[in-house]
Design a binder for this molecule. Structure first.
Ligand SMILES: Nc1ncnc2c1ncn2[C@@H]1O[C@H](COP(=O)(O)OP(=O)(O)O)[C@@H](O)[C@H]1O
Ligand SMILES: [Mg+2]
Length: 223
């Protein structure tokens, strides 16, 4: 108990890495152990923020995995949802196989899907869509915790991919935008519309389709 209390007080990341282990395909670093303030995890690659120079197709591949992860953190665990508070391209690393890991899990809201809401949570069974409460990367933890499901991870994933602050996927190469114009439209919809769950599923399909289309990228390197 002292060990758990220490982790909860100093940094809950080791707890998260054990609830969502890499061995069960969660996109997180392999966990080795913790002692006080020291945590040992595997090196899982370079931060995506430093991969601006890579081929655009690789970026697209990584983006697909980021979107899949946003859905998994929201839906995949039987009991809990994990809303990541520190979504940024610095906090996601990629290895040479383009496998991604979320490395900064100090700040995560864990929501229990199985609670029986009392009177203080009248809107629990309604979905919570992010409200526009300010420019840039802003959100309300209080509001997302009053609902059994929030689109926080989905919005945040779309924000780092296509939002205002050095988005991973932009600029979209002209030749690609000409033959696949809906990628841009869907990303804008994900950032601004209200049914992000539907839009995100569409983006996942659209990107899978693009990645399978060898002709789209040609033999030339598209950056
Ligand atoms: N497991 C890892 N594999 C590779 N790089 C990592 C790993 N963990 C952290 N890093 C690198 O170190 C940086 C800082 O780590 P992070 O956990 O995000 O700490 P901070 O809370 O200071 O942001 C990350 O942006 C990433 O570049
Ligand atoms: Mg960080």
């Amino acid at each position: 108990m002292l060990n758990i209390w220490t982790m909860l007080s100093i940094n809950p990341e080791p707890i998260i890495l054990q609830i969502l282990p890499k061995a069960h395909s969660w996109p997180v670093p392999a966990y080795a152990g913790v002692c006080g303030r020291l945590e040992v995890v595997a090196y899982e690659g370079e931060p995506i923020s430093s991969l601006t120079h890579i081929e655009w197709r690789r970026k697209l591949k990584i983006v697909k995995k980021i979107l899949d992860a946003a859905m998994d953190f929201t839906f995949k665990h039987d009991r809990f949802r994990f809303y990541l508070m520190d979504w940024s391209l610095d906090n996601i690393v990629a290895n040479e196989k383009d496998e991604i890991s979320f490395v900064d899990l100090e700040d995560v809201i864990i929501l229990d899907k199985h609670i029986s809401p009392r009177k203080d949570l009248p809107d629990w069974y309604q979905r919570y869509n992010r409200e526009l409460i300010g420019p840039g990367f802003t959100f309300s933890i209080e509001n997302m915790c009053k609902h059994h499901l929030s689109d926080h991870n989905l919005w945040a994933a779309c924000y780092i991919i296509g939002g205002e602050d050095n988005p991973l996927l932009y600029p979209i190469p002209k030749s690609i935008n000409a033959s696949r114009p809906y990628l841009d439209k869907l990303l804008i919809e994900c950032l601004n519309s209200d049914d992000r769950f539907k839009t995100l599923a569409k983006i996942q399909h659209y990107i899978s389709d693009m990645l399978m289309d060898d002709k789209l990228f040609g033999s030339a390197t598209v950056r």
